[in-house]
Design a protein around this ligand. Structure first.
Ligand code: SF4
Length: 774
C-alpha cells in the first residue's frame, strides 16, 4: 500500500561525516557542487508524492494504474514538516535557494496558504517550483510569491487545445496558459515554460497554435523545448505504434532518447517540417526576434521548404546573445561581490528595542566625516528595483574623527524620525516607487553613503509586513512640527546651487511660507494617505454591515458554496427553464455566474455567453471547467461595457447580495448596456413569503431583501417593459398547512388557509423577464 502519512518518513541524513563522493573518478569527502554556479547553494526537495493529473505520455498515468486501490495516490507533507527539513539542512550547510520538484506544487490552495505562513516565518528564502496551467490562480501565485517564489516552471507542452485535451489528456487550454502567465508577470515572477515538440500527432495547425501561444506570452521567458519520448506502455506510445507513427525501435529501452537527446536540438538531422516549426517556436523566447518577424517567417514557403537555411542564422544570433549575457552575468556578479565587500568595510551595528532601531555608525577615518545615512525599504524577493521600493529616507550626519554615533531610527509608515545628538530630525523621504504590498516581507537596509553619493556600507535586516506598515506612532501634529523644523538638504549640484540661492532670499523674506512649501509634497502625501484610509473605512462599512466577524463570513461563504455544490443537479434543472428567453440574444452576460451552471447550459445550446464572478473560489471553479468567465465586480464590469453591447443579462440570486443603491445601479446599467430587444432575467428570493424571508437570513452574505413590487418598480422605472412575472419554487408540500376537503361550511376556513399559506408559504423565489423595447 502507498504510504499516506508522508510526515512519518525520516529526513535525509545531512551529516557529512563518513560520507564519500565520487568526483572525477576519485573519492572525496568534499561535497561536489550540484548543477553549476546557479544551483551551488540550492536545496532540492519534494513536498508531495503523486500528481493530480495523468498525462498520456507521463509515468504518472502508469503509476496511477499500478497503485489503483492501494491508497491515496496524491499525498502531501505538512508545511511544518517541509520547513523542519529545510531548517535541519540549514543547520549544516549554507543555502540560498530552494527547488521544489513536486509535479504540481500549486494544486492545493489551502495547503499553499498554510505553507506561506510557516515558510515566510521560518525560512523566507527564494524558491522555484513547478505549476500546471490549470492551477495558476492569482491568489495561489501571490501567496507563493509572498513566501519567496521567484521562478515558476510551467508545463505548457502544446499550444493546441486539441493536442492537450485529446492526445495528451491534459486538462488545460491555451487561455489558461495566457492567464497564468499574465498573473506571473504582474507578480514579478520569472517564467520558465516547458514544451513538447516533434510530436507525430500534431499537424501544421497545431504547430501554428503553439507558435501563436508562445508569441502571445509576455516576454522575456525561459523555454525548454523537449523532443517527444516514447515510454513503454504509455498511452501515447501505444497509440503511436498502433497508428504506425513510430516503429518499436523508437520506444525507450530500444532507443535512449530520454537520456541522450530529450531536448530539441535544431543542429541535429530531423524531418524538414519538424525543423521548421522547432526553429520558429524556439525563436519566440528571444526578444531580438520580433513577433512580426517570426510570423512572417512562419508564412514563408521558401523557408518552409528549406528550414536548414535558418539554422546558422538563428544559432549564431543566439550564440552571440548568450555570450553577451554570460559577460553581463559575470559583470553583475563581480559588481555584487564588490558591493558586498564594500558594505562590509564600513562598520554598522543595528539593534532593536521596543520597535525602535538603534544604529551605531563608526568613522574608521582619522578625520571628521560627513555622510548620508539612508533607511531603505524594499520587498524581500523583488530585488532592489527602483519602482518596487516602498521608499527611502535620507539624513546627513557628521561623524566625529575615529569616533562613533548612535542614531535612533523611529520608523513608522510613512514617517521616519532620526534622533541623534539629542535632536529629532524628520527624514526626507525620497520614495521612487510606491510599492505597498501588505503581505510581502520586506528588507530594511541601513545604508551609509559618502557626501557625494558613494556607497560606503550597509546592513540589512528582514522585517514582516506588519512591522513595515505599523501604525503611526507619531501624531500628525508632531509630524507637522517636525516638517517645519527640518529643512532637508538637496543632493544634486543644480538643486544645491540654484536651490541655495533661491532659498537664501526666499527663506529670509518668507520663512514660514518657505517651510510650508518645502514640505508641501509631504502634506499632499498625508492627504492622499488619509483619503486612502477613508476609502478603506467606507469599503469596510459598506461590505460588512453585519456584526459577524469577517472570518466567520468568509467561512460561511465557503460552507454555502459546498451546499450549492451538492445541489448542482437541482439548480441546473431549474435553470434550463430560462434558456428560451436568451435564444437569438447573443451575447449573454451571466452576472454573478457562481459555479457557471447556466453558462454551461447556454454553451450546450450554442448561445454565446460569458460570466462575471467576484468570489475567487467560484471563479476558479468556472475556469477549471473551461468556462468563459471574468473575475470582478458585476457593476464595475457593466460600467466598463459599451452601451447596447449585450443581447441578454441573467442575474440569478445576485441582487439580494447588493446594497439598495447598487441594485438600482445594476438595473439602470443593464438597460443601458442591452441592445434594443435585449432581455434582462432576474431571479430573487421572495421576501413577501414569510417562509422565504426566514430563509433569506440563513445566508450571511445576503444584504437586502427586495420586495417583488419594488423590483418591478425599479425595472420599469429604468425603462424596461415587464414581459413575464411569476412566483416560483414553492416550499415543499409537507411544509404547507393541510387543507380541509368536502363540506361547504369549511370553504371559508379553506379560503383562510389559502391566504395563510400564501402569506406564510408563498413561492420562495420570484422571477421576472423584462425587455428593452426596440
Ligand atoms: S502534470 Fe506533469 S507530472 Fe503530472 S501527469 Fe502531467 S506531465 Fe506528468
Amino acid at each position: 500500500p502507498l504510504i499516506e502519512d508522508l510526515d512519518s518518513l525520516p529526513f535525509p541524513d545531512f551529516d557529512l561525516e563518513d560520507k564519500y563522493y565520487i568526483l572525477n573518478d576519485s573519492l572525496t569527502t568534499e561535497e561536489p557542487p550540484v548543477g553549476g554556479e546557479r544551483l551551488e547553494y540550492a536545496y532540492h526537495m519534494m513536498t508531495s508524492r503523486g500528481c493530480p493529473f495523468a498525462c498520456a505520455y507521463c509515468c504518472n498515468s502508469e503509476f496511477k494504474k499500478i497503485f489503483k486501490g492501494k491508497g491515496l495516490y496524491v499525498r502531501r507533507r505538512s508545511p511544518e514538516n517541509v520547513v523542519e527539513e529545510i531548517e535541519k539542512f540549514m543547520e549544516k550547510r549554507r543555502i540560498e535557494i530552494i527547488h521544489f520538484w513536486d509535479d504540481v506544487f500549486t494544486f492545493d490552495e489551502e495547503w499553499v496558504e498554510r505553507f506561506k505562513d510557516v515558510y515566510s516565518e521560518r525560512i523566507a528564502l527564494p524558491f522555484v517550483c513547478y505549476a500546471h496551467p490549470a492551477y495558476t490562480s492569482k491568489r495561489v501565485l501571490k501567496l507563493l510569491r509572498d513566501a519567496g517564489l521567484i521562478i515558476v516552471n510551467l508545463g505548457i507542452q502544446s499550444g493546441s487545445d486539441r493536442t492537450n485535451l485529446y492526445v495528451y489528456h491534459r486538462a488545460q487550454r491555451a487561455e489558461d496558459v495566457i492567464k497564468g502567465s499574465l498573473y506571473m508577470k504582474e507578480l514579478g515572477l520569472i517564467r520558465h515554460y516547458d514544451l513538447i515538440l516533434d510530436s507525430p500527432f500534431e499537424d501544421d495547425e497545431d504547430h501554428r497554435q503553439t507558435l501563436e501561444l508562445m508569441l502571445s506570452l509576455p516576454r522575456p521567458f525561459l523555454l525548454n523545448t523537449h523532443s517527444m519520448c516514447y515510454f513503454p506502455k504509455a498511452e501515447v506510445t501505444v497509440r503511436a505504434l498502433k497508428e504506425g507513427l513510430i516503429t518499436p525501435e523508437e520506444v525507450e529501452g530500444n532507443a535512449h532518447k530520454s537520456t541522450t537527446a530529450f531536448l530539441v536540438d535544431v543542429t541535429r538531422p530531423q524531418p524538414k517540417l519538424n525543423l521548421f516549426w522547432n526553429i520558429l517556436i524556439g525563436m519566440t523566447r528571444y526578444r531580438v526576434f520580433p513577433s512580426w518577424f517570426i510570423r512572417l517567417c512562419s508564412r514563408n514557403r521558401f523557408l518552409r521548404n528549406h528550414p536548414g537555411l535558418m539554422v546558422p542564422v538563428v544559432v549564431n544570433v543566439v550564440r552571440i546573445l548568450t555570450k553577451g549575457k554570460r559577460i553581463r552575468d559575470r559583470y553583475v556578479r563581480w559588481r555584487e561581490r564588490r558591493r558586498r565587500k564594500k558594505m562590509e568595510g564600513f562598520p554598522i551595528e543595528v539593534r532593536e528595542e521596543n520597535g525602535t532601531w538603534y544604529v551605531t555608525l563608526r568613522n574608521p577615518e582619522k578625520k571628521k566625516k560627513r555622510i548620508m545615512f539612508s533607511l531603505d525599504i524594499y520587498p524581500l524577493f523583488q530585488g532592489r528595483h527602483q519602482d518596487r521600493h516602498l521608499g527611502w529616507w535620507n539624513i546627513y550626519i557628521d561623524l566625529p574623527a575615529d569616533g562613533k554615533k548612535e542614531i535612533k531610527v523611529d520608523y513608522s509608515f510613512p514617517f521616519t524620525v532620526f534622533e541623534f545628538d539629542g535632536k529629532r530630525h524628520l527624514a526626507e523621504k525620497r520614495w521612487v516607487g510606491d510599492f505597498r504590498d501588505k503581505e510581502t516581507w520586506y528588507r530594511v537596509g541601513f545604508i551609509v553613503y559618502s557626501e557625494n553619493g558613494k556607497l560606503l556600507g550597509a546592513k540589512e535586516i528582514r522585517v514582516s509586513p506588519e512591522r513595515v506598515f505599523e501604525e503611526r506612532r507619531i501624531s500628525l501634529k508632531d509630524a507637522f512640527m517636525d516638517f517645519l523644523r527640518t529643512a532637508p538638504p538637496k543632493q544634486n549640484i543644480f538643486e544645491r546651487v540654484i536651490g541655495r540661492i533661491f532659498r537664501f532670499f526666499y527663506k529670509r523674506a518668507y520663512p514660514k511660507e518657505h517651510a510650508f512649501f518645502q514640505n508641501l509634497p509631504w502634506l499632499l502625501y498625508m492627504m492622499g494617505e488619509m483619503e486612502e484610509e477613508f476609502k478603506k473605512l467606507k469599503e469596510d462599512v459598506l461590505s460588512y454591515s453585519s456584526a459577524v466577524p469577517r472570518e466567520e463570513i468568509k467561512e460561511s461563504i465557503y460552507k454555502r458554496y459546498e451546499e450549492i455544490f451538492r445541489e448542482e443537479d437541482e439548480t441546473r434543472g431549474k435553470m434550463k427553464e430560462y434558456v428560451k428567453y436568451f435564444r437569438g440574444k447573443d451575447p449573454v452576460l451571466d452576472a454573478g455566474c457562481g459555479k457557471g451552471e447556466f453558462l454551461e447550459i447556454l454553451d450546450k445550446e450554442g448561445i454565446n455567453a460569458y460570466g462575471v464572478e467576484k468570489n475567487p473560489v467560484l471563479f476558479n471553479h468556472c475556469i477549471n471547467r473551461g468556462l468563459k468567465v471574468e473575475k470582478g465586480d458585476v457593476i464595475e464590469h457593466l460600467s466598463s461595457l459599451e452601451n447596447q453591447s449585450l443581447g441578454g443579462i441573467f442575474a440569478s440570486h445576485l441582487l439580494e447580495h447588493l446594497y439598495p443603491r447598487e441594485v438600482s445601479d445594476f438595473i439602470r446599467l443593464s438597460y443601458a448596456k442591452l441592445k434594443p430587444g435585449g432581455v434582462l432575467v432576474i431571479e430573487l428570493p421572495n421576501p413577501s413569503s414569510l417562509y422565504s424571508l426566514l430563509e433569506f437570513h440563513r445566508d450571511l452574505t445576503h444584504k437586502t431583501p427586495l420586495h417583488p413590487e419594488t423590483v418591478k418598480f425599479l425595472v420599469e422605472d429604468a425603462g424596461f417593459k415587464i414581459k413575464e412575472f411569476s412566483f416560483i419554487n414553492p416550499p415543499e408540500e409537507c411544509l404547507r398547512l393541510l387543507e380541509s376537503t368536502g363540506d361547504d361550511d369549511k370553504k371559508l376556513i379553506n379560503k383562510n388557509f389559502e391566504l395563510l399559506n400564501k402569506l406564510l408559504f408563498g413561492g420562495r423565489d420570484f422571477f421576472l423577464v423584462a425587455e428593452k423595447e426596440g
